[in-house]
Design a protein around this ligand. Sequence first.
Ligand code: AMP
Ligand code: ZN
Length: 430
Amino acid sequence: MYWNEEIETIDRSNLKKLQLKRLQGTVRILYEKVPFYQNKFKELGITPEDIKSLDDVRKLPFTTREDLRDNYPYGLLAVSRDKIVRLHTSSGTTGKPKAIFFSKNDINQSAELIARCLIMTGVTKDDVLQNMMTYGLFTGALVMHYGAEKVGILVIPAGPGNTERQIALMQDFGSTCLHLTPSYALYLSEVMESKGIKPKRDLSLKRAYLGAEPYSEETRKKLESMFEIDIYNSYGLSEMNGPGVAFECICKNGMHIWEDNFLVEILDPSSDEPVKEGQEGELVLTTLCREGMPLLRYRTKDITKVISGDCPCGRTHRRISRILGRVDDMFIVRGVNIFPQQIERVLMSIKGVAQNYQILLESYDKLSVKVEIEQDFFDGSIEHLLNLKTKITEKLKSEILVTPKVELVEPGTLPISEGKLNRVIDKRTL
Ligand code: AMP
Ligand code: ZN
């Protein structure tokens, strides 16, 4: 099933023509309307006429997070103020926020992308979506909400938190789909378990959309078996109008990125050169349909790779892998580059490990990991506990090449979050 079959299965040569036309249009508008880009074009000695092919995107300037902050609040608007109908700001950052503006068309367009995503996972009008992302300045909840309404399904604007009420809502209204962060999903599953709720027996859940923070394939599998549902990865960022940028189809093998709306580059973050197809690099996106605040070559800092080959679902928009980390998430211990994702992957594959963990960086040569383990293990024999600790330490060492100090803790000990959770405590920079 498609929401918009013509565009979702568009022939790639036609897609490229469409992209070029839209890129040229976007560049022209920015050149005429946005002083920030006018200056950048001048510095680079280019004009819109220089963009003759899609490869010419590489002549264009990058846009960074700092550029958004420096131009706060209204500096990057490409239309007059009266055409803007909604403001969001980006979450999870310190200091000056980034302002994100939507025109009426932008609201429509982002809802259109969500509609494609939902239908792609098998949603029908009979579905009930419980939206457990944060409503407010964060794009996550509202953009999903508008898209789900566009499809015509019942949306419950639950927001996060109040877990007992969430479960009651699922029971009373027969929620079939959930939208939430992976860390909240882990917590929710723990609460359900403690209340003796068996999802298949007691609820109507079919699928959940997890996004807003990185999580591993192992976490997906763990959650799928706990909730007894399908879990789909949902990727987006405020700077690109929130969720709906890339989403998994029913094949669950990478996320289709909507290339009629976003021009995709994957660059080596150290050289800024494109990586070979299939290799990891930083995702850099140019908006192709945005009206209020188009952005050229936005450096997402998210690391991913293109999954080659055609998708059996028939969509021609390329797939990207789950986010493998963020360029600035990486930390160095004893000279080794480590991503938190590597640690999560190992932990979630070990039997006895529960939902939560925390990474502590105390010095440049010491890494500690606190790991919640299942209550049965905690209450069991010391010998079992020590064996588990040794197993975790060894498996982590073989993945990250540094021996961590592992501490096992009871479930429910470590902080949880209803929004984005930061599991790395870097005491070296505090
Ligand atoms: P925000 O600006 O608050 O919308 O956050 C966007 C950031 O959240 C992205 O740049 C990613 O780093 C992260 N993010 C969003 N969705 C996912 C996902 N499915 N997997 C991993 N990270 C994600
Ligand atoms: Zn597909």
